[in-house]
Ligand binder design. Structure first.
Ligand code: C2E
Ligand code: MG
Ligand code: MG
Length: 765
C-alpha cells in the first residue's frame, strides 16, 4: 500500500479485496439511501426558513424557484432510495448517486451565491449559518461517496465565494479563506469517515468469512471424524449436542442438553473434570472414564474456557484403542499362557531391587527354574498337553512362593523367582520348596506325568551387582544343578564362570573338529568267553584335541548332545564305522553308540540305510547301542525307530545296563538283542557278592527273554573267570584290548590269555 496522498487523504480510498467490492459498494449505497429522509428534512427546513426570511426580499422569486427544484430533487432521491436494489445495476446506481449529489451541490451553491450576493446585512448571519449547515450536513449525507461529496462541497463553497465576490462584502476575502479551510477539513473528515467505514466493513466481512469457514470445518469435523464438540455453560450444563455426541453417550439429545457434563463420568473422572473446569485453564487429551448407565468406556477430552464463563472443546471415544493398549501392555509384560509376568517384567523388578541394594544395602535372591524332561513331554504328547502342564507348574510355583516373592516365566520351561529382603538360609529353604513342589506327579488327560525341576540360585549383591550378571550367574548355577543329575538346587559359586568358559571353548573346538574332520573312530574288541575269539568290535569316538591329546567321549559327548553337534557328528561316526567294518576280512559285527538326541533325529534310519548301502555291509553285522534314557524320553517315537532299524536286520543292544533306576521295565519295552552290563558291576565283581548276585540275575533274566549278555570293563583274569562262571557269553575290557584305531586292527594280534588262541584281523585287499 502506498503512503498518504490526495486520494487517500481526501477521497478516503482503501484497498478492498476484490471478493468484497460488490458487497461494500452495495452497503455504501444502502447507507446513502438510508439518509434520504434526513436530506429531505434538511431541504424542507431550509425551504421554510428561507421562505420566511426572504418573504419580502427581492430574491424571493429565486428562493421559490430553488424550493421547487429542491423538492423535485428530494422526491427523486426518496423514490430512488425506496426502490429495491437491482442486481448488476450497481454502477448505474452509483452514477445516479454522484449525479444527484453534484446536482444537489450545484443547487445549494446557486441559491447561496444568489442570496449572498443580493442580501443586506440583516441576512448575513443567517446565510453564514446556512452555508456552514449545508456544507456540514452535505459532508454527513454523502460521506459514503467522498468524490461526490468533494464535488458537492466545492460547488457549495464556490457558490458562497461567488456570492461574497459579487455582494462586495466586507471581509469577503477572509470569509472565502475560511470557507476553503472548512471545505478541506470537512472533506478530510468525510474521507476519513468513509475509509474507516470501509475498513470496518472489510473486517466484518473477513470475520464473517472466517466464521463461515469455521462453521463449515466444524460441520465437516462432526460429519467425518469420530470426535465431537462439547459445550457447557458456567454451571457445567451441556449446550446443544451433536448427533455424534448423542451416539457416543447413548442418551437422547434432550436429556443431554441442559444436563451436567459431570454426570456422564465415573466418580473419580467426574472429580478430575470438575477440578479442571474450576481451574479455567485450557486442557488437552484428558483421559476420563465414562459411566452412563450400563455404558462404560473411556473418552479423551480437550477444552477451552469461553468468555461467558462456560467451556467448549472436543471429545473422542478412545475405549477401543485404550483396550488395545491395555492388551498390548499386558502382552509386553505378561506371559499369556500362564498369566505370569514375563522376562521383561522380571528385569524391571531386578532393576528396582538393584536400586534397593545400592541405596539401602538390601540384598535379594534370584532363582532360575528349569523343568526336567519337559521337552520330551512336549514332543511325545503334543503342545496342548505341554501347555496344560506348564499352567499346572505355574500354579504350583505360585502356591509355593506366595506373596513373598516375584514369580515370572522366562519362556519355554524356564521360570524365575525373585525374593527380596531375605536371610541367606531362607533362600536355601525356598529353593528346596520349589524343587519339592514340582516333584509330585501331574495328572493330565488321565495320565500321570513325572517331572521335577532344577534350580539355580544367585544372591545379590554377593554374586553380582548388575541384574544381567546376576541372571547369568543364576543360569550358571542352574546349569550346574542340571549337570549334577537334575531335580536339585545349586547356588552360584565363583568357579562356575570358569567352567562355563571352559565349556564354551570346548563347544568351539568341537565345531571346528567336526568341520575339519579331525576326529577318528577307534574300535574295542568284544570277546567270546567260550571260544576266546573276537566276536565283534565296539566303535568308540576319539578326538585328538589340539594341545590336549586324545580326548575321551566322556568329556565331550554331553557337550555335543546339548549343542546339537551330536547329530552331524553321530552321522559321521555311523558312515565311518560302517565303511571300516566293510573292509574287515572277518564278518564280525560292529557296534555303534547312539545318543538319545540322535534317536530323535528323523533322518537317523535313512542315514543308516545310506551308509549300509554305500559300504555294502550286511545289516546283520551292525549293532546299535542305546542307553536306558532312550526309553525314558519320547518312548513311542524311539521304540518305532528301534523297530524300523530292527526291520533292516540291524541288532539293538541296551548299553550300560543297571545305571538307570527302573532298568528291568525297559527290558519289556523293547525286545533287545543284547544287554551290556555296566562296568561298575564288573569292577568289584571279585569282591562284592552283591554285584555277583546282580550280574547272575541279569544273565538269567536275559536268557529268559532271549537276549545275549555282554559284560563291560573287564580288566583282569579274575573278573573274566567269574563272569564266565556266571554264564556271561561275551566280555569287553582292557584285559583284551584298549580301543584302537582302525589302522592298527590288522596289525594287532590279540594277547594270548590262558592259552587262548590269537585272533588276527586283516583288512581285505
Ligand atoms: P560305552 O558305550 O559304555 O563305552 C565303553 C567305555 O568304556 C569306553 O569309554 C571304553 O573305552 C571304556 N572301557 C572299555 N573297557 C574298559 C576297561 O576295561 N576299563 C575301563 N575303565 N574302561 C573301559 P569311552 O571310549 O571313553 O566312551 C565313553 C562313552 O562315550 C561310551 O560308553 C559311549 O556311551 C560314549 N561314546 C563313545 N563313542 C561314541 C559315539 O560315537 N557316539 C555316541 N553317541 N557315544 C559314544
Ligand atoms: Mg557302548
Ligand atoms: Mg557301556
Amino acid at each position: 500500500m502506498s503512503g498518504p496522498n490526495f486520494r487517500t487523504l481526501f477521497l478516503g480510498e482503501v484497498d478492498i479485496p476484490p471478493a468484497q467490492r460488490d458487497a461494500i459498494a452495495e452497503s455504501r449505497r444502502r447507507n446513502f439511501h438510508a439518509l434520504a429522509p434526513l436530506a429531505a428534512v434538511h431541504s424542507l427546513l431550509t425551504a421554510v426558513v428561507l421562505t420566511f426570511a426572504f418573504w419580502s426580499a427581492p430574491a424571493m422569486p429565486l428562493v421559490f424557484v430553488w424550493c421547487y427544484a429542491s423538492a423535485v430533487l428530494v422526491f427523486i432521491r426518496v423514490r430512488e432510495a425506496r426502490r429495491p436494489p437491482v442486481t448488476g445495476a450497481g454502477a448505474a446506481e452509483d452514477r445516479h448517486i454522484v449525479n444527484y449529489t453534484l446536482l444537489s451541490g450545484a443547487l445549494w451553491g446557486a441559491i447561496i451565491a444568489a442570496l449572498v450576493a443580493s442580501s443586506g446585512p440583516e441576512h448575513h448571519l443567517l446565510l453564514g449559518i446556512l452555508t456552514a449547515a449545508v456544507l456540514c450536513v452535505g459532508a454527513l449525507l454523502h460521506s459514503g461517496f467522498p468524490a461526490a461529496s468533494l464535488g458537492y462541497s466545492l460547488l457549495v463553497g464556490l457558490g458562497a465565494c461567488v456570492g461574497l465576490m459579487f455582494g462586495h462584502h466586507q471581509w469577503a476575502m477572509n470569509a472565502a479563506l475560511l470557507l476553503v479551510g472548512g471545505v478541506a477539513a470537512l472533506q478530510r473528515f468525510s474521507a476519513a469517515t468513509h475509509a474507516s467505514d470501509v475498513r470496518r466493513m472489510i473486517d466484518a466481512a473477513e470475520l464473517r468469512e472466517a466464521k463461515e469457514t469455521m462453521a463449515l470445518l466444524l460441520n465437516d469435523f462432526e460429519a467425518h471424524s469420530a470426535d465431537w464438540l462439547w459445550r457447557v455453560d458456567d454451571a457445567n450444563r451441556l449446550g446443544p449436542a451433536s448427533q455424534r455426541f448423542v451416539d457416543a453417550s447413548g442418551l437422547p439429545a434432550d436429556i443431554l442438553e441442559g444436563g451436567s457434563i459431570l454426570a456422564l463420568f465415573a466418580p473419580e473422572s467426574a472429580q478430575q473434570l470438575h477440578v479442571l473446569l474450576k481451574q479455567r485453564k485450557p486442557f488437552n487429551d484428558e483421559v476420563l472414564r465414562v459411566s452412563i448407565g450400563v455404558r462404560e468406556g473411556w473418552w479423551s477430552m480437550s477444552g477451552q474456557p469461553t468468555a461467558d464463563g462456560g467451556w467448549r472443546g472436543v471429545c473422542s471415544d478412545i475405549t477401543r484403542s485404550r483396550d488395545t493398549e491395555a492388551l498390548i501392555a499386558y502382552a509386553t509384560e505378561y506371559d499369556s499362557l500362564t498369566d505370569l509376568p514375563n522376562r521383561a517384567m522380571l528385569v524391571r523388578q531386578l532393576e528396582i531391587a538393584q536400586e534397593a541394594v545400592e541405596t539401602r544395602g538390601e540384598g535379594y535372591a534370584l532363582f532360575v527354574i528349569d523343568l526336567d524332561n519337559f521337552k520330551a513331554l512336549n514332543d511325545t504328547q503334543g503342545h496342548p498337553a505341554g501347555d496344560a502342564f506348564l499352567k499346572v507348574v505355574a500354579q504350583r510355583l505360585r502356591d509355593c512362593v506366595g506373596e513373598s516373592a516375584f514369580l515370572a516365566r522366562l519362556g519355554g520351561d524356564e521360570f524365575a523367582v525373585m525374593r527380596r529382603d531375605f536371610m541367606a538360609e531362607e533362600a536355601g529353604e525356598l529353593a528346596d520348596l520349589i524343587v519339592d513342589a514340582l516333584l509330585a506327579p501331574v495328572f493330565l488327560n488321565g495320565r500321570e506325568i513325572l517331572t521335577g525341576c532344577s534350580v539355580g540360585v544367585a544372591l545379590a549383591p554377593d554374586n553380582g551387582s548388575d541384574p544381567a550378571v546376576l541372571m547369568k550367574n543364576a543360569e550358571l548355577a542352574l546349569y550346574r544343578a542340571k549337570a549334577q543329575g537334575r531335580g536339585c538346587a545349586r547356588f552360584f559359586e565363583p568357579g562356575m564362570e570358569e567352567s562355563a568358559r571352559v565349556r564354551a571353548d570346548l563347544e568351539t573346538d568341537l565345531r571346528n573338529a567336526l568341520a575339519a574332520e579331525t576326529m577318528d573312530v577307534y574300535f574295542q574288541p568284544l570277546v567270546n568267553t567260550r571260544t576266546r575269539k573276537t566276536s565283534g568290535y565296539e566303535t568308540l569316538l576319539r578326538w585328538n584335541r589340539p594341545g590336549q591329546g586324545l580326548v575321551s567321549p566322556a568329556v565331550f559327548i554331553s557337550c555335543a548332545e546339548e549343542t546339537g553337534i551330536i547329530i552331524p557328528l553321530g552321522e559321521w561316526v555311523i558312515r565311518k564305522a560302517i565303511e571300516e567294518a566293510a573292509h574287515w576280512k572277518e564278518d564280525v559285527p560292529v557296534a555303534i553308540n547312539l545318543s538319545p538326541a540322535q534317536m530323535k533325529n528323523p533322518s537317523l534310519v535313512a542315514t543308516v540305510i545310506g551308509a549300509l548301502a554305500a559300504s555294502q555291509l550286511d545289516p546283520s553285522r551292525l549293532e546299535i547301542e542305546i542307553v536306558e534314557s532312550v526309553l525314558m524320553d519320547e518312548t513311542e517315537h524311539n521304540i518305532r525307530t528301534l523297530h524300523a532299524l530292527r526291520e533292516l536286520g540291524v541288532k539293538i543292544a541296551l548299553d550300560d545296563f543297571g545305571t538307570g533306576y527302573s532298568s528291568l521295565s525297559y527290558l519289556r519295552a523293547f525286545p533287545f538283542d543284547k544287554i551290556k552290563i555296566d562296568q561298575r558291576f564288573v569292577r568289584d565283581i571279585d569282591s562284592s557278592s552283591e554285584n555277583q548276585a546282580i550280574v547272575r540275575a541279569v544273565i538269567s533274566l536275559a536268557r529268559d527273554l532271549g537276549m545275549r549278555v555282554t559284560a563291560e570293563g573287564v580288566e583282569n583274569e579274575q573278573q573274566a573267570a567269574i563272569l564266565a562262571g556266571l554264564g556271561c557269553a561275551e566280555v569287553q575290557g582292557f584285559l583284551y584290548s584298549r580301543p584302537i584305531p582302525a589302522s592298527e586292527l590288522e596289525k594287532r594280534e590279540m594277547p594270548v590269555r590262558n592259552g587262548a588262541n590269537v585272533h588276527t584281523l586283516r583288512r581285505r585287499a
